[in-house]
Design a protein around this ligand. Structure first.
Ligand code: AMP
Length: 360
């Protein structure tokens, strides 16, 4: 079987690496010249909306998936006429627009921070009366890793914030003084079979994920699973889905979901019985899903902007290095380190060392 992937970055690369043992081969479509999946997959180089390339991709593969959510809707439409595309387009349409996404959470009874859609500075000023201070204004589309958003703490900040977002349609939502950020990585197959990984606790800096720690037996697991299940059933979802949540007291508030494998699930490569990448492939191919249990205590640290000396990482025999084959640039994700331990204390000691190596 050949799998097509829109996007040739590290997620496509790790999908391919997980797929070879299952006997799969890969073709990626990406406009970039030196994409990091190209060393493990055939690449079609060109725009995502290039109709002839999309036809070529469809002719070469049995199924198509994608590694980022800003795939043009038209590309999925063209492909879906010829070959199955998973996750399904209704999931993309929701994840591409924060307003649709938030309305969907509300409709499904998934708690989410109070929000209002805003299309002008005047509407933003008015909306602040409803959501209250502080708040976060976010563009409806194209935002990622904290880009396309601004925190609002006082009235003087409204005009500059609105300008910084170039006045595009946005939502403003209540700022949540959360105790922690968590995500649930869930997977649903073409057969409707569904399974979740243990809850992951995430630490961000400057809007970018730095650290994820798996939390098997977390008291919030069942609430998170119920949300993910509702979402996936509603969307007739197929593949891995990541739902990012804020914990405030005993409640989880949904921030956003990603219709794809997710950075906060990278720990599953070494810390779970089946990785999120393998389970995504199993799901889209209608194969039985693999067990998602965590193996011991486990965590992931992102490498951002620099790669430490490989020997310094591997000297800890429980560290597993994953490099993406990318040139380090400031702010660029170039790899991650997965950690394994027999106890919480051991994991904490390892984390201290690895966080220092990662420059955290
Ligand atoms: P996002 O792009 O929506 O995932 O936001 C990036 C990060 O900004 C989140 O992981 C949070 O750390 C922070 N953030 C976003 N929205 C809120 C909010 N409503 N309240 C508090 N922090 C937020």
């Amino acid at each position: 079987m050949r799998v097509g992937i829109l996007g040739g970055g590290q997620l496509a690369r790790m999908l391919a690496l997980a797929g070879y043992p299952l006997g799969l081969n890969f073709v990626v479509l990406d406009p970039g010249a030196d994409v990091c999946a190209a060393s493990v997959a055939d690449q079609l180089q060109g725009a995502y909306d290039d109709e002839s390339l999309l036809a070529e991709l469809a002719a070469k593969v049995d199924i198509v998936s994608y590694e980022f959510e800003n795939v043009p809707a038209r590309a999925v439409e063209l492909l879906a006429d010829k070959v199955p595309v998973y996750p399904p387009r209704q999931a993309l349409a929701m994840a591409q627009d924060r307003l649709n996404e938030k309305n969907l959470f509300r409709k499904l009874g998934i708690a989410t921070p109070d929000f209002v859609a805003v299309n002008s500075l005047a509407e933003l000023e008015q909306a602040m009366e409803q959501v209250g201070w502080p708040a976060v204004v976010k563009t409806r589309t194209q935002g990622y890793d904290g880009k396309g958003q601004a925190v609002l703490s006082q009235p003087e900040e409204l005009a500059p914030a609105w300008q910084s977002l170039s006045g595009v349609p946005a939502i403003v939502e209540a700022f949540v003084p959360f105790e922690r950020e968590v995500s649930i990585i869930a997977v649903r197959s073409t057969t409707g079979e569904m399974i979740c990984y243990p809850l992951t606790e995430n630490t961000h800096r400057d809007g970018v994920l730095r650290l994820s720690i798996a939390r098997p037996d977390d008291p919030m697991q069942s609430q998170a699973e119920a949300y993910a299940e509702r979402l996936m059933n509603e969307l007739d979802y197929v593949g891995v889905l990541a739902l990012e949540l804020f914990q405030a007291g005993e409640t989880l508030l949904a921030n956003e979901f990603a219709p794809r494998v997710h950075n906060s699930g990278h720990w599953t490569q070494d810390g779970a019985e089946t990785s999120q990448f393998e389970n995504h492939l199993r799901a889209v191919l209608g194969l039985p899903l693999g067990a998602t249990d965590a193996i011991g205590y486990t965590a992931m640290v992102n490498l951002i902007g620099a790669i430490p000396a490989v020997e310094d990482v591997l000297v800890n025999t429980h560290s597993h290095l994953h490099l993406y084959g990318k040139e380090p640039h400031p702010g660029r994700k170039v790899g991650h380190i997965n950690l394994q331990a027999q106890s919480k204390q051991e994991l904490e000691a390892e984390l201290k060392l690895v966080l220092t190596l990662a420059g955290e």
